[in-house]
Structure formats: C-alpha cells, structure tokens
Design a binder for this molecule. Structure first.
Ligand code: CP
Length: 322
C-alpha cells in the first residue's frame, strides 16, 4: 500500500481511483458501510446529514445513465450539494484544459469530484493535482477501471450468495475493452473468490488476463459449467479498433447468454450485467428479465455503495476539510 496515490499521508483512503492494490479489509469496510445505508429507504426521512454543506461535482465527459444518476441520488441522500457539470455546454468545448476546468471548480469550493472520462488515467491526473482537502472518485476511465461498479457488483454477489470464498464466477464477453471487468476481477480475487473464469473469443481477451488470476475459456459450454454467478459484459463497439468479430449475429450465437446456455450453470446461479445492456447481442431478453437476473438490483445497490464510498472518503481524517 506504500505510494498508493489513493491514500493520504495517514494511510487513509483519500480518493477512490482503482480497486487494484486495495486490501480486502478496505473493500469489506465499504461493503459493510453500504449495508448500513440500505435501511435508509425504510425511514420516513430517506436522508442522513453526513455530508451536509459539502459540494460534490459530477464531471462526466462520457455518457452515463446508471453511474451519474446513482452518484447524484447517493450524494443527495447524504445531504450534500450536487453540481452536475454539463460538459457539452462547459468551457472545455472552447478548449479549456481538464485541469483548468478542475481549478475553476475547486475555486467554487468543491469538496469532491466524481469523474468519468474516456482517457484512462484522467481521474488519477486530477487526484494528483487538487488540494489535499478535495477527494476524487473514478466513475470510469477509458479501459482502465470502474471501481464503484466493481464494488456494487461485489455487494450484489455477497447479498445473494453470502460467502464469496466458495464461489465460481464467470465473466463473459469483451474483457479487452472493459474497465468494469478489470475492477470486478481485482475485487473478486482480493475478496477470496477461488475461481474466476473469463469466457470470450481470443480477440476480446487482453494479454494481461492470465496474470490477473483468471481462468480463460473460449467455449461457453465449458466455461459456464456449474458456475454460481454469470456476469455478462457489453460489446464495447465505441472502443474497438478494426474488426474483432465476424458479426454480431455470430457473436450472439457463440457468446450470447440464452436460457439454454444458462442451464449449464448451477440451478441457483445469478445473472448480472453492469449495463447498458444490448439485448440480442450479449444476452437474450428472456434471461435478462428472467428469475435468475439480478441486473436491476445491481443498480439499486449502487446507491448504497456510492453513499458508502463518498462518506468514507469525506471522513478520511487529515484529508478532510473541517
Ligand atoms: N454501468 C455503467 O457504468 O453504466 P452507465 O454507463 O450508464 O453509467
């Protein structure tokens, strides 16, 4: 953990940039804190005053439905003030640099930046630039990382399966371009999941996959056999360079999750997808909407997990502005 740019000088979590390198205890602390936020929905006032007076800026330089909205809901449930920068209408479109934009927003008394950017490393760049009282959360950068998605996926698996140390998990699809898959694999292996499989055509598996501790399969029939959890990935067409697949129809035939292929997994297997989902490309509608699907629960749990991340970062001792 030495020299981890996510930690402040007291070794506390100052930013959340990646799951890689974070100890299991930190991940469990986030998941446990998220559990404590779930019951807020049952209260008459569905808010807590933990971040009252704090200003959280959502800086989304790439499209988002789930992440941006659930960060906003989570911040509001913590009683923070939320500012959504409309990037298209901001001065970045006039040539202002990312760091100049950040400096100007920091001058408006920002306490936290939640950043999604097409360039891997953009949130790290901002974290290394801002004053120590400001926190940065990576909401997805290029192909690199999507740590809160990885965490909400772990929360979902733990919710349905309880003990992670006895599970077989299969991640299916375009790992090559997927920041989500990288964050999931770091989280699953850190939390002690003994068997993580990646199932994909050779062209969609990065060279680093085996070093990450996963087993690689190219055949769905073998890869899905007896798994407890299936995580489907979207084909990330916007990040593909050149033709990596013969056709979408061919991809669905071999790697799309159908009811027939789902039957190869354990009967109580859950089906997950981080979204956005392409029906008929990576998943059949009957499976996406079926009894084993927990896809919409993932979205709901994302609120509690993002509340946990924001409240833990803002309470990080020396890094906090009093
Ligand atoms: N899972 C996810 O990142 O979805 P959005 O792109 O809608 O935020």
């Amino acid at each position: 953990m030495k020299n981890n740019p996510q930690l402040n000088k007291n070794g506390e979590l100052q930013h959340l940039l990646t799951i890689e390198g974070l100890p299991a205890a930190t991940l469990r602390h986030i998941l446990d804190t998220a559990s404590s936020f779930l019951n807020i929905e049952e209260r008459e006032v569905k808010k807590v005053p933990l971040l009252q007076g704090k200003a959280i800026f959502n800086l989304f330089f790439e499209p988002s439905t789930r992440t941006r909205t659930t960060f906003e809901i989570a911040a509001k449930k913590l009683s923070a003030d939320v500012i959504n920068l409309n990037v298209g209408a901001s001065s970045t479109s006039k040539g202002e640099t990312l760091l100049d934009t950040v400096d100007n927003l920091a001058a408006m008394q920002a306490d936290m930046f939640v950043v999604r950017h097409g360039q891997s490393g953009a949130p790290h760049l901002i974290a290394g630039h801002v004053e120590p009282h400001i926190h940065v959360v990576n909401a997805g950068d290029g192909r690199h990382a999507h740590p809160t998605q990885g965490l909400l996926d772990m929360f979902t698996i733990r919710h349905y399966k309880k003990d992670l140390t006895r599970l077989r998990v299969a991640i299916v699809g375009d790992m090559l371009h997927s920041r989500v898959a990288r964050s999931q694999i770091h989280a699953l292996t850190t939390l002690g999941v003994p068997e993580v499989r990646v199932i994909a055509p050779k062209t969609l598996i990065p060279a680093c996959a085996e070093r990450m501790g996963v087993q690689i399969y190219h055949d769905m029939a073998k890869g899905l056999k007896d798994v407890d959890v299936i995580i489907m990935l979207r084909l990330q067409n916007e990040r593909m360079r050149g033709a990596l697949l013969p056709s979408v129809q061919e991809y669905f035939k071999y790697y799309g999750l159908t009811a027939e292929k789902l039957a190869l997994a354990r009967p109580d297997a859950i089906v997950m997808h981080p979204g956005p989902m392409n029906r008929g490309v990576e998943i059949e509608s009957s499976v996406a909407d079926g009894v084993q699907s927990v896809i919409l629960s993932q979205v709901t749990f994302g609120i509690a997990v993002r509340m946990a991340v924001m409240s833990i970062l803002m309470g990080s001792g020396a890094g906090s502005k009093q």
